[in-house]
Design a binder for this molecule. Structure first.
Ligand code: PXP
Length: 238
């Protein structure tokens, strides 16, 4: 099984919103990302729409529907949007007010499980695949399978923030065991959060993952790989 790549382009929209401009356009970013070999374009439609806006999801789904993976909460605003624009897949993530980025997997309270059961049913009725963002913990994987999710995305934040080789090894073992269990439970297994050019290979080597979702490190790298030619181009104009 070849490992797929989903590229999160939220921070292209972050740059656009810094100037309340129309550029850089996430639609252009999606075209570049897909032509460079990414399998999916990932966007997080937050309730506050601080980077990706509803109109971006509409345009992305219109042009690249089969390749669009939307992260969002169970909130009504986001659910209404994904049911309307029908991306290829949706990953349900927790969304906390004021958070800088997603901080971890879903916390499966009984109320959340009840809400998720309804949300998953509606998404399936529109033929949208459903992933749940979870911590690498056995009980959470069993709940995801019971709720009827198609996939789980294991949160790699703790692994990416591990401070010592021992911690890194332990977090990797958790990811590997959880990926195996998820597969045994019939779930497709993805992973993401904090993966970069240094730490990704150890995760990729865990054979059970079918897709890794990576954003910040790729957009960061793109600035410095693209900056020299952008400056040269301007200098040549002068
Ligand atoms: N997967 C999920 C569920 C996320 O919330 C994020 C961050 O938006 C990512 C993957 C990508 O994380 P990063 O930008 O750190 O690569």
């Amino acid at each position: 099984m070849s490992l797929k790549l989903g590229v999160n382009i939220d921070h292209i929209a972050t740059l656009r919103q810094a100037r309340r401009s129309t550029r850089p356009d996430p639609l252009d970013a999606a075209a570049v990302v897909l032509s460079a070999g990414a399998n999916y374009v990932v966007v997080h439609l937050r309730k506050d729409q601080r980077h990706i806006q509803e109109k971006d999801v509409a345009a992305l789904c219109k042009l690249f529907a089969k390749h669009i993976h939307v992260e969002c909460s169970v909130d009504d605003f986001a659910q209404k949007a994904v049911l309307k624009y029908k991306p290829h897949s949706v990953c349900i993530v927790p969304e906390l007010p004021g958070e800088v980025t997603t901080t971890g997997g879903l916390k499966f309270t009984p109320a959340l499980q009840k809400k998720l059961a309804g949300v998953i049913k509606k998404l399936h009725q529109k033929h949208i695949l459903v992933s749940l963002f979870v911590d690498p913990v056995a009980t959470d994987l069993r709940i995801a399978a019971k709720l009827g999710a198609d996939m789980v995305e294991l949160c790699t934040r703790a692994y990416s923030e591990a401070k010592t080789p021992k911690q890194t090894k332990e977090r990797l073992q958790e990811l590997a065991l959880s990926a195996l269990l998820a597969q045994e439970l019939g779930l497709e297994v993805h992973a993401g959060h904090g993966l970069n050019y240094r730490n990704v290979l150890a995760v990729a080597d865990i054979g059970e993952f079918s897709c890794l979702n990576i954003g910040f490190s790729i957009v960061q790298r793109a600035i410095f790989t693209g900056l020299p030619s952008a400056v040269e181009e301007m200098k040549n104009l002068l």
